[in-house]
Design a protein around this ligand. Structure first.
Ligand SMILES: [Zn+2]
Length: 203
């Protein structure tokens, strides 16, 4: 079972500085980070001038790191899809990635794959939101980094008001990872929930 809001709060405060702040995550150094401090005030960064689109990782399947995903990270799969966790635990209690085995992006899915994607997305969110101490499971496809479709499912802790909305993505980088055992228990619970559908007989 994931930590309660009180447990997360106490653990984070123990790791924070005397003001309760964690160090800035690396995203603050990215050139797409939209804010900066000028003369002591937080302001928006100027919009960068137009530029050619940069190639995404894995434009060719032979160069795609997602195609060669480490199978040890996969918690559930069928013939076409796999659900995996990150290389390492992160700030949110559970972050999962759904991706096709085939080197396809979202617009490449045929109707059958698209329908299955929708079904799996609902099942994953349902399984994660059924976990104790989890309020919500956000689902998102960004796709600016890598060509190979990878959809994020990010769980946030129930009753932790800072970590609501789209900023949960930033808190995932800010907060120190929680303990391993509850994380593994939740991974197993989600995998079991998805497997229960696999066993269902469809007429
Ligand atoms: Zn690929």
């Amino acid at each position: 079972m994931a930590e309660s809001a009180e447990q997360v709060h106490a653990r984070v405060l123990a790791a924070a500085d005397e003001h309760g702040r964690m160090p800035l995550p690396s995203v603050a150094e990215w050139d797409i980070f939209p804010w900066e401090v000028v003369d002591g005030a937080l302001v928006t960064r100027p919009l960068a001038p137009p530029a050619p689109e940069e190639p995404r990782e894995g434009e060719a399947a032979a160069d795609c790191r997602i195609c060669s995903t480490d199978s040890a990270r996969v918690i559930w799969s069928n013939e076409r899809w796999r659900l995996k966790h990150l290389d390492e635990r992160s700030g949110l209690p559970l972050v999962l990635i759904l991706e096709p085995f085939a080197h396809l992006d979202l617009p490449d899915l045929d109707d059958e794959m698209a329908a299955e994607f929708g079904t799996l997305a609902v099942r994953i969110v349902r399984a994660v939101e059924a976990l104790p101490n989890i309020a919500r499971c956000h689902a998102s496809r960004i796709g600016d980094g890598a060509t190979h479709l990878h959809v994020w499912f990010m769980a946030r802790t129930k009753g932790l008001p800072s970590v609501r909305g789209s900023f949960a993505v930033d808190w995932d980088d800010i907060l120190p990872p929680g303990p391993e055992e509850p994380w593994r228990e939740d991974l197993a619970a989600v995998a079991a929930s998805l497997a229960s559908y696999d066993d269902r007989v469809v007429d």
